[in-house]
Design a binder for this molecule. Sequence first.
Ligand code: PHE
Length: 339
Amino acid sequence: MFEKIESARAAISNASLGQASELEAFRLEWLSRKGMIQDLMAGLKDAEPESRKALGQALNELKNLAWERFDQAQSNLGAAQSDVESPDLNLPVQFLPLGSRHPLSIVRQQMVDIFSKMGFALADGPEIEDDQHNFSALNFPENHPAREMQDTFFISRNPDVLLRTHTSTVQVRLMEKQKPPIRAIMPGRVYRNEAISARAHCLFHQIEGLYIDRNVGFRDLKQTLYHFVKEMFGPDQKIRFRPSYFPFTEPSAEMDISCLICNGDGCNICKQTGWVEIGGSGMVDPNVLLANGIDPEEFTGFAFGMGIERITMLRYGIKDLRLFTENDVRFVRQFSGLS
Ligand code: PHE
């Protein structure tokens, strides 16, 4: 056994360990659980009792020697490798650009925040709709020219499947499944068959609001929107309501705010009027309540709808609607840091 240990020691001392593969072979041969040293250790129990102690000692020394050589060779190899790959600390830092949120997402969130502080919950619905939700339940009579107000993209006819032209569809969906009180806002994408220009697009975004409860009056509508405008555009902003017509509200009003560009003096943006339109509104028509199973004798409500693009353009002085969908990073990057 002493001879075996002696020849093992010679082998361990002389093993060449310059390569990673040699080092691994050495580890397997000598140091692993099935390696030679472990084998020799196992043989100890068959040795003469009187030589066991000396043998054990010799084996321990052998083991230490093998580990020493292994550790030494491993750290030499590591040093050689890191010599090659050591980083160049003089290189300039690699710049990781931070993304920016789309201005429409930013303003949508600002609007949602303002209304949710007033107790409006968030609701949404599908963009592909039927005639019932986009028109009929909103008091658009069959073949009535009011349907022409909104140039509709039809996916199929009879029965009609279409891309919603306004988020008022979500009003209907809410009334179908929820009894009053209802107080919700519904942001979403809408589609209209219009030629694309600086002022119009075939797809854009709206936020609709609906509040139905006992004793809801026009004063509540006015105060809600008045508060919204002050929060969104600042305390000096003026708002006015102009009589208008929508099939689903009676009375109806269009909402204007004083032009942010010229402060009401008159400029190109406001067509010299000093006012710019931000959306439509009105008291929910009793016919709409009835069509959706709500008793108009007991409940009243108001609704309003605004274009998110429009609000964003006014808020940040953007003059062309097409910028929102072209996604030129130079445009979008201007909004980085805003949330
Ligand atoms: N749905 C209308 C539109 O898209 C806006 C509106 C909503 C008007 C709610 C009144 C009440 O033009």
